[in-house]
Design a protein around this ligand. Structure first.
Ligand code: HEC
Ligand code: HEC
Ligand code: HEC
Length: 491
């Protein structure tokens, strides 16, 4: 009967009524009944048959989410009518274990019925379902997300496990993006962690053979880092640590450990807020750093000035040094001598650019999902969130393992190198690692001007205390994150 009326409505409506309907005020964005792909009445009983065989959604050349052919049961007015064990008093998660993994349920504690409002529960594709994927009722989300639009509602609440074959079928972009990030992060770590371990073993082996002869004289020191560099580095440490703690707290909020971290900031909501604000501050700092770095470029002597040894631009020479370094580790050639910057120093510097760019862009896109989904499909939020997570794991694992080992745990630096705090290094160390730089300084007569002595004991104790506190916190965070990874229901 209803479909008959619909046909009548379409074909036999008096002209005046059509005009009136056309003159009706445009729907507010949040009230929009359809997602633009399907008309509202496409969900009426009868018309859905058209869509049971076709994929729904799947924008961006089919890479977007599509939930595959709809199940027949999904069109029922009461999906549980033939589920013998069903009892409204039972928790929904008793049977629907996969849906309990979703971020709203697991982290925020949203009840299933806050979204699946009908009683009895209607099938996903039934006309009465507020969650009908064709219609994407933004009003469900708007109960909590002010101003939610149909695009925002396109966010896949129950996303398939991103690495599963299911995801490849139902949400290809999520699947490929996540695997790409896993290979990137895994590749970087799988390459550099063994490299660093072998490198340390080689250096300690060499030290043992010379029985500690040629120990660095810590009192004769060379100024290496300018106050501006030290300030940037300090600000970076502060922002990075704050982002790591708050990010992990939110990621692990289901675990007692995550809740403990969040309690330092006054609970989950404030933790996320601190994370967002710190991210913005870091991006502002990054923008300021770019301006600062541009002022350091000698614009009159381009492009030669870019590859001058005082610049951090990667040159073919650095690439060659990577291989020489590798050769030295395996005893095939002499240790490479560096100019002012080593290849790994440059790599670490540019890695921060890469990290801040990827985390900054994805972070900004999920900062205010209701706003950004006006400019992109809501389901890109799923993808952005995963890229953000994996890149963050790569960033802190790289810094808390490789960076710490290389800068603090090589001979001559152990137990702690305060170079980035006080700006100086022992001349002996500089001479063995940066011979070309020292030679250049001597040639230009600048070496004497850069000589300095050890900072006062009190400052050295301060640097050591602060440095170690940060490193211990960092390594503990990383260890707990990896130890508890299976406790996060998203994995
Ligand atoms: C006794 C186990 C059980 C419990 C408890 C249960 N369900 Fe179900 N649910 C099922 C089964 C079985 C189906 C049918 C699946 C099918 O036929 O495709 C289903 C289907 C659904 C569907 C439709 C899925 C679709 O594809 O359209 C929704 C929505 C749903 N359940 C939500 C809930 C909610 C919300 C609760 C808590 C109030 C709940 N369920 C409690 C077992 C259960
Ligand atoms: C934040 C809102 C929200 C909450 C909370 C929620 N759902 Fe859903 N649910 C949806 C939406 C939207 C869909 C449509 C498909 C999608 O986007 O994943 C859906 C789809 C489903 C489906 C259909 C099959 C599927 O996975 O697509 C089932 C079953 C279901 N939900 C069960 C549950 C259960 C059980 C809970 C509680 C543990 C729950 N939902 C909590 C919004 C929600
Ligand atoms: C019962 C309240 C409630 C409902 C209903 C609800 N949400 Fe949420 N949602 C939240 C809360 C709380 C957060 C986390 C707060 C934050 O991140 O600021 C959140 C976070 C999100 C996020 C950010 C996820 C991330 O990775 O940070 C997205 C996207 C989202 N919701 C989409 C939806 C969509 C789409 C719907 C409708 C299908 C919906 N929500 C319905 C409460 C709700």
């Amino acid at each position: 009967m209803r479909s008959l009326l619909r046909v009548c409505g379409r074909w036999f409506l008096p002209a005046a009524m059509t005009a009136a309907a056309m003159a009706a005020p445009a729907l507010a964005e949040g009230d929009q009944p359809a997602n633009g792909v399907f008309a509202d009445d496409d969900t009426l009983p009868g018309s859905y048959r058209l869509h049971t065989e076709t994929d729904i959604g799947g924008g961006l050349w089919g890479l977007g989410p599509n939930r595959g052919p709809a199940k027949r049961a999904s069109f029922k007015a009461d999906v549980h009518d033939d589920v013998a064990a069903f009892d409204v008093r039972h928790p929904c998660t008793m049977c629907h274990t996969d849906e309990a993994k979703d971020l709203h349920v697991a982290r925020i504690g949203t009840g299933c019925r806050q979204c699946h409002v009908s009683l009895p529960i209607v099938g996903m594709h039934h006309d009465d379902s507020p969650m009908n994927p064709m219609r994407r009722h933004a009003s469900v989300c708007a109960a909590c997300h002010e101003g939610a639009t149909p695009s925002f509602a396109g966010y896949v609440v129950h996303e398939p496990s991103a690495i599963s074959a299911e995801a490849r079928e139902q949400f290809p972009l999520l699947f490929y993006a996540v695997w790409f990030m896993i290979f990137l992060a895994g590749g970087v770590l799988a390459l550099f962690i063994p490299f660093t371990v072998l490198w340390l073993a080689r250096e300690y082996g060499g030290k043992l053979r010379t029985r500690g002869h040629g120990r660095a004289d810590a009192t004769v020191r060379l100024k290496r880092f300018t106050p501006a560099m030290r300030l940037w580095h300090l600000a970076l440490i502060a922002a990075f640590m704050l982002l790591t703690v708050t990010g992990l707290a939110w990621m692990y909020i289901e675990t007692p450990w995550g809740r403990m971290l969040a309690s330092w900031f006054g609970g989950p909501r404030l933790t996320v807020e601190v994370h967002r604000i710190t991210g913005i501050v870091m991006l502002a700092g990054f923008a300021a750093h770019i301006v600062y770095a541009l002022t350091k470029v000698d614009w009159r002597n381009l492009p030669r000035s870019l590859v001058s040894p005082d610049m951090l631009v990667m040159t073919p020479r650095d690439i060659g040094n990577v291989f020489r370094h590798l050769g030295w580790i395996f005893g095939l050639c002499k240790a490479p001598g560096f100019d002012r910057w080593t290849w790994w120093g440059k790599f670490d510097y540019w890695a921060v650019w890469w990290g801040i760019t990827v985390l900054g862009v994805t972070g900004l896109l999920i900062y205010n999902p209701v706003l950004t989904s006006d400019y992109m499909p809501g389901w890109l939020l799923n993808v952005m969130t995963w890229i953000h997570r994996i890149e963050a794991f790569l960033a802190f694992t790289h810094v808390f393992t490789i960076h710490f080992l290389v800068e603090h745990f090589r001979p001559g630096r152990l137990p702690f190198s305060a170079a980035m705090f006080d700006g100086t290094v022992p001349l002996d160390i500089a001479r063995s690692e940066h011979p070309a730089w020292i030679e250049r300084l001597e040639r230009e007569g600048r070496l004497a001007g850069l000589m300095t002595s050890e900072p006062p004991v009190i400052l050295r104790i301060l640097y050591f205390g602060v440095g170690y506190a940060i490193m211990i916190l960092a390594v503990a965070l990383m260890a707990f994150a990896f130890a508890n990874i299976m406790a996060v229901s998203l994995f």
